[in-house]
Design a protein around this ligand. Structure first.
Ligand SMILES: Cc1cc2nc3c(=O)[nH]c(=O)nc-3n(C[C@H](O)[C@H](O)[C@H](O)COP(=O)(O)O)c2cc1C
Length: 179
């Protein structure tokens, strides 16, 4: 079951108009809140967005790679208080991955929208634009926005043939599995 979810999870960028049931939204957030964090600090916060105007504005928070947020039923912004933990970024990324896996488990589709290190305009970062649109505290760190919805596209699941076993090393870099 767990490995089926890992194989079937693909980035979905086209969504139907079907809204997501409240129980499923709660399930997604439960997964995020269960994610591990360094020293158990849980520096993350999540903003669940279903307001169409806000989703449309968020879809323009960087010139490329965010357009699909416009058609998503939900965006989930994964943000963090950087003063709480020096490794907020790892914690926020793990929570984001938990969200992605939970969407697959609940029959939904999702795609990560990278915000950190991206720009809205030459002068304004994508994070600052998201801070403005979501009314986040000004020093908030914005990791990603996960677009979620019922899938309107199908992608093939990964298979064992897709696995790049050459990236796995044993005891020393470059050393292959002893036969
Ligand atoms: C850290 C990270 C950032 C990503 N940022 C974006 C993004 O901004 N826009 C986008 O369309 N996809 C984004 N993706 C999705 C990747 O393009 C996708 O995971 C990759 O092509 C592999 O495809 P798969 O998710 O279907 O396995 C991101 C994925 C990760 C893990």
């Amino acid at each position: 079951m767990f490995f089926d979810i890992l194989k079937k999870r693909r980035s979905i960028r086209r969504f139907t108009d079907q809204p997501i049931e409240k129980e499923k939204i709660d399930g997604l957030m439960k997964a995020a809140l269960l994610s591990p964090s360094s020293r158990g600090i849980r520096p993350w916060e999540f903003v669940v967005i279903d307001d169409r105007e806000t989703l449309t504005a968020l879809s323009q928070c960087k010139p490329h790679g965010a357009g699909f947020l416009k058609g998503a039923a939900l965006g989930i912004a994964v943000v963090a208080d950087r003063s709480k933990s020096d490794v907020w970024m790892e914690d926020a990324a793990i929570a984001s991955v938990y969200l992605l896996l939970a969407t697959e488990a609940l029959g939904l589709g999702a795609c990560w929208t990278q915000i950190r290190k991206r720009n809205y305009t030459e002068e304004i970062t994508a994070a600052d634009r998201v801070i403005e649109l979501l009314g986040l505290p000004a020093d908030c760190a914005v990791e990603a926005i996960i677009a979620v919805g019922y899938p309107a596209e199908e992608k093939r699941a990964y298979t064992d043939d897709d696995l790049k076993w050459e990236k796995v090393h044993y005891n020393r870099y470059g050393q292959k599995k002893p036969s």
